[in-house]
Each structure stands twice: as structure tokens, then as C-alpha cells.
Design a protein around this ligand. Structure first.
Ligand code: HSE
Length: 431
């Protein structure tokens, strides 16, 4: 293997600058692990004259992508520019030119990962993407290497920092979603257009990647059922807390008898669940394996240096493979054909908050409806609403199928004593 590994960087924003900083700072550790020096030969930027946050050789900067992806001197391309179509083309060209690729691009990997990995394998190149899920947490390597001998049955993730920050603050200060979002935007914790975070799409992309790896099955974004946090109210959080639960935006992927379900939604976790203690902008991924039992990976899900750590660790993995001459074989093709659970097979407990008429017979009408569908209550709370002839009823059901739950939900809306179904969430536990 060459004494120096030459890297081309596509993009020099927050994460790209972090990559340069870690490579510059950690040369000694890198050389110790793989026996070579790392040199950032070329960096693709939009503006050659912009002032940079990191120390980078002006001669390395280029606005011409071919200087990197067609350059025979470059061994590894690191893609940190984002976007989908253009990034995909650049990565495909780099792979076809026998360059190993490291990317942080979850949007791209969630949508086109299978195709890109196939091209990488055909060209005997590595394509690593640790930074695409949960920033600095080494969860992909945790699944692919650390837990490779086990059979994983459940992955639950708090994989979006923005929404975890918002829910934590709403819960702590009793504030509304809109108040906290505004404050989070002012502090730079939320994007000015937060749609993909708050609607759950960012988390869904990450869960498609984790489920594919954890279950060795090609799970795509369309397979993920998604609901965001925009309709969560401070009352929902208050009642969850009173009943001993914490609300989090949870990505959940489960496998039972060969069938899988993957979804992202605000979900109630019992306070003693390890994910219930993950607050503010932190991420965590809980993995259950048949043999190992419960494990949890916790850390920063974004940020320049944490994300760059994951990228440079991928670079180290490429270099180790180069030394052994085994690039392009890190992740085997999926072992299992995709089989999704049906609505009857997706099981959960549910939280429901209802406004009901405060009169005799109301409770019996509600309990009869649940009994008719064979679903019993785990917890129940009734509170009068001051100055009104209505009461608030909060129910946590026992486990039932999604199909049965939807039938109950629709029937509740038709029931005379129920004025409105104010909210409804899945509750984790027990299965
Ligand atoms: N927007 C993401 C988050 C970070 O809030 O966690 C990048 O994946």
C-alpha cells in the first residue's frame, strides 16, 4: 500500500471542514493504525475565494469535480456536499473509476443505497456511510460488525436531534410546539425550513438504512410509515408524564417470523425505557438481539466534528481494507427477501385522549365499544374540564393490532358521547 493515501473531498461546509480538521489533527493516530499518511489532495468548492474556517491549501481547492472523480492520483472520495441526483452521479463516476467512497448522505443512501452498493461491489470498491445515521454514533458499524453474529429483532432510534430538542423543551417547560420551534430556530438547533425534521422524513430515511442493515433486507423509504411531531400538544406531554411515560419521536423497526415493520412517530415510552432518558439534541439507538438482549448506542447525532469522526473512521476502514487487499466486500448483499407485516400483524399499545360528555352512561358506552373489539384498558384517567359539561378521558390500551385499533378509533368518532378524539399515539412496551 502507498505511503500516502490521497483523498478528494466533495464539499467544504460544516462537515467538510470538520473532516479536514480531524485529518490534520490526528495524522499520528491515522498513521499508527494503517501505516500511511492521509493527504487531502483536492477539495471541490463553489467559491475559491471564500474565507475558510479550517487550514486548507489554496492550491487544493477546485471548482471542477473531474479534478477529483477523474483524477488517477485520488484513492478515496469523501462526499459531504449533500443533495441527491448530482451527488449520485459523482459517486457513481468515482466508483467506476475505482475510487473508494465515503459519504454522509442519508437522503442518497436511503433512496439509492442498494444501487450504489452494487456498483461499488462490481468495482471492488468500498462505499461506507457511517455518518449518514446518527452523526457521531458508530451505529452502522455496531450493527454490521459488532452485532454481526446475532439475530436482531428490534431497532428503536431517536435519530433526529431537532425533534428530540423540541419535545424535551416542550415537556420540561410546558411550552407549545410553535413556541419551542421558534426558539430552536433562533438558537440554530432547528433549520429555517424544518419540514423534513419535524415531519419525520429525516428519521424515516435513517430508519430505512438501519432496518436494511439490521435485518439484511432491502427496506426502502416507501416502506416506512411516517408521522411527525407538529400536532403534539403540551397537554399530551403532561398526561403522558402523569401516567409514567415520556414522549419521543421514535423510529421503530421490528422483525418477527421473517416479517418486518418500520415506522417513525411520536411515541410514549415507559419512563424506565433507556431511550426515555435521551434528552435535548442527543441521539440514541436501542438494538435488541436474540442473543445479546438489550444494547444502546448514545451520542451526538450531528455537528461538524462528531459527524467528521464517523467519516474519518470510514476512511480508516477503507485504508485497512486496502492494506489487506479486500475492498468492496464489507457488506454482503441482503440475505432475506423483503416481507412487510400486514396491518393485522403490526401490534402496539395505544394512548388516546378524548373529550366526552360528562354524564351517566358515558363510560359504559366507551368500555362497551372497546370490549366489542376485544381490547382492554391498561390505564385510565378521567379529569373534569373546568367550566364545561365535558370531561377529558385518557386511555392506554393493552396490545392490539393496528387494524383493530383503527376500527376502534373510527367508531369512537361516531359515538354520541365522544365529542372529539383529541389525540392518539403508539405506546411502546411489552412485545
Ligand atoms: N437534521 C438532523 C437532526 C441532523 O436534526 O438530527 C442531520 O441528520
Amino acid at each position: 500500500m502507498a505511503n500516502t493515501i490521497s483523498v478528494g473531498l466533495l464539499g467544504l461546509g460544516t462537515v467538510g471542514s470538520g473532516v479536514i480538521e480531524i485529518i490534520n489533527r490526528h495524522q499520528e493516530e491515522l498513521r499508527h493504525q494503517v501505516g500511511s499518511t492521509v493527504s487531502v489532495k483536492k477539495v471541490l468548492v463553489q467559491n475559491l475565494n471564500k474565507k475558510r474556517a479550517v487550514d486548507v491549501d489554496a492550491n487544493a481547492l477546485t471548482t471542477t469535480v473531474e479534478d477529483i472523480i477523474e483524477n488517477p492520483e485520488i484513492d478515496v472520495v469523501i462526499e459531504v456536499m449533500g443533495g441527491i441526483q448530482v451527488a449520485k452521479e459523482y459517486i457513481l463516476t468515482a466508483l467506476r473509476n475505482k475510487k473508494h467512497v465515503v459519504t454522509a448522505n442519508k437522503d442518497l443512501m436511503a433512496l439509492h443505497g442498494a444501487e450504489l452498493l452494487q456498483v461499488a461491489s462490481e468495482n471492488e470498491c468500498d462505499l461506507f456511510y457511517e455518518a449518514s445515521v446518527a452523526g457521531g454514533i458508530p451505529i452502522i458499524r455496531g450493527l454490521v460488525d459488532g452485532l454481526s453474529s446475532d439475530r436482531i429483532t428490534k431497532i428503536m432510534g431517536i435519530v433526529n436531534g431537532t425533534t428530540n430538542y423540541i419535545l424535551t423543551k416542550m415537556s420540561k417547560f410546558g411550552s407549545s410546539y410553535n413556541e419551542v420551534l421558534k426558539e430552536a430556530q433562533e438558537l440554530g438547533f432547528a433549520e429555517s425550513d424544518p419540514t423534513s425534521d419535524v415531519e419525520g422524513l429525516d428519521a424515516a430515511r435513517k430508519m430505512a438504512i438501519l432496518a436494511s442493515l439490521g435485518f439484511s433486507m432491502e427496506v426502502s423509504l416507501e416502506d416506512v410509515i411516517v408521522r411527525g411531531i407538529t400536532t403534539v400538544t403540551e397537554e399530551d406531554l403532561k398526561y403522558s408524564e402523569q401516567l409514567g411515560y415520556t414522549m419521543k419521536l421514535i423510529g421503530i423497526a421490528k422483525r418477527k417470523e421473517g416479517r418486518v415493520e418500520v415506522s417513525v412517530q411520536p411515541m410514549l415510552l415507559p419512563n424506565e425505557h433507556p431511550l426515555a432518558a435521551v434528552n435535548d439534541e442527543f441521539n440514541a439507538v436501542y438494538v435488541y438481539g436474540e442473543a445479546v438482549g438489550e444494547t444502546m448506542f448514545y451520542g451526538p447525532g450531528a455537528g461538524s466534528l462528531p459527524t467528521a469522526t464517523a467519516i474519518v473512521s470510514d476512511l480508516v476502514a477503507v485504508m485497512k481494507n486496502l492494506r489487506l487487499g479486500v475492498n468492496g466486500h464489507a457488506v454482503p448483499a441482503p440475505l432475506h427477501e423483503k416481507k412487510l407485516k400486514t396491518d393485522e400483524e403490526i401490534e402496539s399499545k395505544y394512548f388516546l385522549r378524548l373529550l366526552v360528555t360528562d354524564e351517566a352512561g358515558t363510560f359504559s358506552a366507551i368500555t362497551s365499544l372497546f370490549a366489542k373489539h376485544g381490547v382492554s384498558f391498561e390505564k385510565l384517567l378521567q379529569l373534569p374540564v373546568e367550566g364545561r359539561e365535558v370531561a377529558e378521558v385518557i386511555i392506554i390500551t393493552h396490545t392490539t393490532s393496528r387494524k383493530t385499533y383503527e376500527d376502534i378509533y373510527n367508531a369512537l368518532n361516531e359515538l354520541g358521547v365522544v365529542q372529539s378524539v383529541e389525540s392518539s399515539y403508539r405506546v411502546e412496551g411489552g412485545q
